[in-house]
Write a protein that binds this ligand. Sequence first.
Ligand code: AMP
Ligand code: ZN
Length: 120
Amino acid sequence: MAVNEASCVFCRILKGEIPSQKIYEDESSIVVRDVNPQAPFHLLVIPREHVPDIAGALRREKGEERVGKLFNTSVRIATEQGFGSSGFRLVVNSGTDGGQTVGHLHLHLMGGRQMTWPPG
Ligand code: AMP
Ligand code: ZN
């Protein structure tokens, strides 16, 4: 899943080289609409720093704090967007078996329909 930053699709979104529907940004992350939504509400929470996956993110200095902030941002946006009581799903795919296709850590935030379990 190693990919260099110049060709990384999320780094390119962060640099403005690829258009996106940005709904939030702060100093550490941006939140954009997924281009291929799997639910009526499907956002991606993307850290500004290129880090390949969740394990790599946690290994960084202050990794737990920084990953925690991504989850905090996700839950805050889910609540602000009205999914606090109906519910939502937060997903982090990791590696090939995890279904990760973009090698830059991101959280999927989905809502607006009844999710099923187990996921495919
Ligand atoms: P994953 O399979 O967990 O790595 O998720 C990658 C996600 O990125 C998929 O849901 C894609 O639809 C989404 N995606 C890929 N390219 C773009 C893009 N240019 N803008 C927004 N979402 C994208
Ligand atoms: Zn990247």
